[in-house]
Design a protein. Structure first.
Length: 378
């Protein structure tokens, strides 16, 4: 297949390294989203330079207008991603940030910032009540933080990785179980995969490992998303992109949840996408059931693709214009698809309705949108 994103490390800096929004099926224990105001998209971005502040900007999906740089000072670091749970935004500041910053999703006011420890490189967060479960790339696996406390609890998932750092990239709560994906990379050899990635299932009532699953491919890269209950098939499954950047192999892998978790294989292969899935989002309504995919191909190209979940078929060809590079996306409550266009010197947000673009030009946000999960809409 075509070699995918050969310059990905230079593009994303230290982030491999840096590798979430769960509106349809929120993490168990988190309050269900009930926005008090009109729909809006929120985007975070950084420049990958240690110590530099990032930006948080908003977009009104109806008017398609951006309000740039409206986040609290020091809330966004040089390498952020974003999750939305309940009435709160959770900014995961990776690499040199090493913290989870929590904002009110309506006022954008700072509510709390919790450190994850020097060198921990947090990658994702899942939330239940006052507990935050944080997947770490530089730690021993999973951290459990308690709001209002500075005393994290570590859950060691390093038994399968000789260097003691399993390079975990995502966490998702299903019932009392935390699903944690880890790359098991060789930290001394340019983060070379040691073999297929793993998913560990943790009983959060005891913090014990219930089981582990071996993925079909190496290097889980991104964050878990859960197939909504209304989907025609696979409801409740978790999806995880995988990619080996040396040759582009991988796929969007399925993980079944419940009493007997399993890793049954691929939903869509990277060969079919012509790239890998940097971000996925579900749109399930009376018109059908689609999986939207941002798929980087050969640098700097990145495409918008659509997969019909009703007939398990990928739509032909990219849906975006050839001069656009689709790095991130999020679906809004009104059905608008907000897209981060990472095109050099012409980057920002665009709004689509299905395959039709509504914006007449890209809307800058203050910095190039650089995260693969830096965008949510609610």
């Amino acid at each position: 297949m075509t070699k995918i994103f050969p310059l990905i490390v230079s593009t994303l800096g230290l982030a491999l390294l840096a590798c979430g929004d769960n509106r349809a099926l929120p993490d168990a224990g988190a309050p269900i989203d009930a926005p008090a105001g009109p729909p809006r998209a929120v985007v975070v971005a950084g420049d990958f330079v240690a110590g530099h502040p990032g930006v948080l900007s908003t977009l009104d999906p109806a008017t398609r207008m951006v309000t740039p740089n409206v986040g609290p000072a020091l809330a966004v670091g040089a390498d952020p991603i974003l999750r939305h749970f309940g009435g709160e935004l959770f900014i995961i500041n990776r690499v040199d940030g090493n913290n989870i910053t929590i904002l009110d999703d309506q006022t954008l006011a700072l509510k709390e910032q919790l450190g994850t420890g020097a060198g921990s490189n947090p990658q994702d967060v899942a939330v239940r009540g006052q507990k935050l479960y944080v997947a770490t790339f530089g730690g021993t696996g999973l951290l459990v933080l308690t709001r209002g406390s500075a005393a994290p609890v570590a859950i060691d998932l390093s038994a399968d990785d000789p260097d003691g750092k399993p390079n975990c990239n995502s966490v998702y709560l299903v019932g009392n179980d935390a699903y944690v994906s880890c790359g098991l990379l060789d930290n001394a050899d340019m983060f070379k995969p040691r073999g297929p990635g793993k998913v560990y299932v943790i009983d959060t009532t005891t913090n014990a490992i219930k089981t582990s699953l071996t993925l079909g491919h190496a290097n889980p890269f991104g964050v878990f998303e859960q197939v909504p209950a209304a989907a025609p098939s696979g409801a409740g499954d978790l999806l995880m992109p995988t990619v080996v950047f040396a040759d582009g192999t991988g796929c969007v892998e399925r993980i079944t949840t419940g009493a007997a978790p399993s890793a049954p294989g691929c939903l869509i292969t990277n060969t079919d996408l012509g790239g890998y899935a940097s971000r996925i989002a579900f749109q399930i309504d009376k018109e059908g059931a689609l999986l939207w995919v941002a798929a980087p191909t050969t640098f700097p190209k990145s495409d918008l693709r659509a997969y019909d979940m009703s007939i398990n078929s990928l739509w032909a060809g990219p849906l975006n214009a050839a001069n656009q590079a689709i790095g991130d996306l999020a679906l809004c409550p009104g059905g608008e698809l907000v897209i981060a266009d990472t095109t050099m010197n012409a980057n920002g947000l665009r709004v689509y309705s299905g395959a039709a673009e509504l914006t007449k030009a890209v809307q800058p946000i203050g910095l190039p949108p650089s995260s693969s999960h830096g965008l949510v809409c609610y």
